[in-house]
Write a protein that binds this ligand. Structure first.
Ligand SMILES: [Zn+2]
Length: 101
C-alpha cells in the first residue's frame, strides 16, 4: 500500500498521511476538537480513557470515539473492536519500551 500526504479537508492547513483515496480526510488536530467532548456514561468514559498517543497513531480509535460522541451509542462490535485495537497498541508500546531499556 502506498501512503501519501493529503491536506486536511477541514482546516486546509495540516497534512495527513493516508493510504486510501477517501475524498474527505481530517487531521488529528481537527478530529481532536471533535473528540474533546464530555462523556456521561462511566463505562464508555473508562473505555475511551487511553493515552492520547494511541488516538494519534490510530485513526480507527478516533473514528469510534467521534461516532460515539455523535450518535450517543456504539454497537457491540464497535466496542469490541475498540477494546481490541487499544489493547494491541498498548501491548505494542510495552514491548517497545522493554527493548529500549
Ligand atoms: Zn485539520
Amino acid at each position: 500500500m502506498v501512503s501519501y500526504k493529503k491536506k486536511c479537508s477541514l482546516c486546509k492547513k495540516n497534512y495527513v498521511l493516508t493510504n486510501n483515496s477517501r475524498p474527505f480526510i481530517i487531521c488529528y488536530e481537527c478530529q481532536k476538537a471533535e473528540m474533546d467532548k464530555p462523556i456521561d456514561d462511566p463505562e464508555m468514559k473508562a473505555m475511551f480513557t487511553i493515552p492520547e498517543e494511541l488516538y494519534k497513531k490510530n485513526s480507527f480509535l478516533c473514528n469510534i470515539k467521534v461516532n460515539y460522541l455523535r450518535y450517543g451509542s456504539l454497537s457491540e462490535k464497535q466496542v469490541e473492536a475498540f477494546k481490541r485495537v487499544a489493547k494491541e497498541l498498548q501491548d505494542e508500546e510495552k514491548n517497545k519500551s522493554k527493548i529500549e531499556e
